[in-house]
Design a protein around this ligand. Structure first.
Ligand code: HEM
Length: 544
């Protein structure tokens, strides 16, 4: 009774069914060798068996984990099969003990839908353009100042870029969410100047608010990553919530957000009804959500409940802060590595940007509003090849099928969102009607040039020639899975894409990413919450 029980009809490793520990002895050495948890699960199941779908076996007390690697099928599940599949318990367990009221910690219920509606507008392109883009632009100019300085001081030496991207991304997300600048990069510039000059003046100055915020966000990110790799992530996270360190995190961030909330509510409370409808009052995401709550309370003639007591609001903001800055920082770190490793793409991207902006640094509106197909393609390719959020989960909410295999209600499916290898062959007749219709409409990119050499960085796979001969960006060239998709897809996608576009444009126009020494060229990664490069280095030359 303790031997693994496989789901019938889904491929598995024969040797593992006759072993109480199932696939675990196969998995452990691969994780130890690679440091990549999700990658190892796919390596010992789908990839080892050469199948698009397989299962990982555990001792009988635990059901197998179904693994799925076919990008077309994954896209179909997340985009078109929301009635059959919802968020999986294993995914919920990662965040729910710490942030039980955030949307990421909930199954799809009417309560979640109301919460998502409240936040949906802050992630709309128009709002982001107004509230987030100018601050991201400003944070990137500060990052450029720091890197120009580093390029001069370090001359030919490489330096790690990950921390700097984390600081800039934290500056950007905090000001976009809360409306106040944390000043982390500015502080780093001062610190670097002082260090170069050989004095330690900066230590006399109180660090900006962002510095301790950074410490708190780093703590929570590391804790979630560490606990996710234990045998029982849910209990490891739960135990953490009783520690003094966790309580300090919660207290510090709640106080910071609470102070900003108080000011915003006070401002809105004093406004007359007519004025409260005015969207131009919102300077950040929190403003928009709070203003709506004040408006609703005034309309209903009831007192406003203290937003600091609103756990849904607090938890949602915590998750956005933690998830929203580290994901983008890692994606940008990978991008910089790709620029070094693929110099032809770097030169082409710079040429496309120079052609679009011949007069020097473009404004933020120009960066967002100008049509530059090669830039769109390079950003999309950067997200694809980085695969920062590699393994993601769904649970079957009814008995159903995937690629002709029977999937019982309750089974959890671990899907590979990192499209970096040619998929295993699939019997087309086993696909759903939705999947076949999508391929008929957009084409099956894996059958043409877009799907070639997926282990290399090649923006042109996302471009097509129109009949006029003009090359345009084709977002459907391949399934785009970096942000998942459908109702439970990433709500921060537009924000991350906007940030990526602004940062990439300014960096490539102003800096050249030079060849790295052999020992820093590796593309090996470690998976924490996100996939991080082991050698996040760059060597720079300032172009202006
Ligand atoms: C490069 C940047 C980013 C990447 C690659 C990324 C990727 C992802 C992925 C793959 C998922 C899971 C989707 C699924 O299961 O289908 C996700 C969920 C989520 N992301 Fe992102 N993300 C990024 C940036 C952001 C930002 C900037 C924010 C917020 C400001 C954010 C907030 C969230 C939240 C709240 C969820 C949970 C959604 C839900 O459960 O319904 N992400 N992200």
């Amino acid at each position: 009774r303790v031997y693994p029980k496989a789901y019938p009809g889904i491929p598995y490793n024969e040797e593992s069914i006759n072993r109480i520990t199932g696939d675990i002895p196969n998995l452990v050495p691969v994780i130890q060798a690679t440091n990549e948890f999700s990658g190892s699960i796919f390596a010992i199941t789908t990839q080892k068996l050469g199948k698009p779908i397989a299962q990982m076996l555990f001792p009988a007390i635990r059901n197998p984990l179904i693994t799925l690697e076919d990008p077309r099928e994954i896209e179909d599940i997340v985009l078109r099969r929301n009635k059959e599949f919802d968020k999986a318990p294993m995914a919920i367990d990662t965040f729910s003990p710490m942030f039980p009221h955030a949307s990421i910690s909930q199954f799809t219920t009417p309560k979640l839908k109301a919460q998502k509606r409240l936040w949906a507008d802050v992630m709309g392109v128009e709002f982001l353009r107004k509230a987030a883009a100018p601050n991201i632009y400003k944070a990137t100019l500060e990052l450029l100042d720091l890197w120009r300085l580093k390029a001069t001081v370090y001359k030919n030496e490489a330096f790690s870029v990950h921390q700097d991207f984390q600081n800039a991304a934290l500056d950007a997300i905090w000001v976009a969410m809360i409306g106040e600048e944390p000043g982390v990069t500015r502080y780093e510039i001062k610190k670097f100047h002082s260090e170069v000059a050989g004095n330690s003046d900066y230590t006399n100055e109180a660090p900006p608010r962002g510095s301790f915020l950074k410490e708190e966000v780093a703590y929570i990110g590391q804790t979630i990553a560490r606990n996710s790799n234990t045998p029982s992530p849910k209990w490891a996270q739960k135990l953490e919530t009783y520690t003094r360190r966790y309580r300090k995190f919660r207290r510090t961030v709640t106080t910071e957000i609470g102070l900003a909330m108080e000011k915003a509510v006070d401002r809105f409370q004093r406004l007359e009804m007519g004025n409260l409808e005015a969207e131009e009052l919102d300077t950040c995401m929190m403003d928009l959500v709070l203003r709506r709550q004040v408006l609703e309370a005034k309309k209903a003639n009831r007192p406003l409940t203290d937003p600091r007591e609103d756990q849904s609001m607090m938890d949602e903001m915590f998750v956005m802060l933690v998830g929203g800055h580290d994901s983008t920082a890692n994606a940008l770190t990978w991008f910089v590595k790709f620029m070094e490793a693929y110099p032809v793409a770097q030169v082409k991207l710079r040429a496309a940007l120079k052609a679009a902006f011949p007069d020097g640094d473009p404004s933020v509106d120009e960066i967002i509003g100008t049509d530059i197909p090669y830039l769109d393609a390079a950003c999309e390719e950067g997200f694809r090849f980085a695969g920062v959020a590699k393994g993601n989960l769904r649970q079957a909410t009814m008995d159903t099928e995937i690629l002709g295999c029977r999937i019982p209600k309750g089974a959890q499916i671990f899907m590979n969102y990192h499209v970096n290898r040619t998929p295993a062959p699939v019997d087309e007749s086993a696909r759903t009607d939705g999947s076949k219709a999508a391929a008929a409409k957009f084409g099956d990119g894996f059958q043409n040039i877009a799907g070639r050499d997926l282990g290399t960085f090649e923006p042109r796979r996302w471009m097509v020639k129109e009949t006029t001969g003009k090359e345009v960006f084709n977002s459907h060239a391949l399934p785009s899975l970096s942000f998942g998709g459908g109702y439970r897809g990433c709500p921060g996608r537009k924000l991350a894409t906007m940030e990526f576009r602004i940062v990439v444009t300014l960096l490539i126009l102003n800096l050249e990413f030079l060849d790295l020494p052999e020992n820093l060229k590796t593309m090996s990664a470690s998976e924490k919450i996100f996939r991080e490069p082991d050698k996040p280095y760059a060597r720079l030359r300032s172009l202006r």
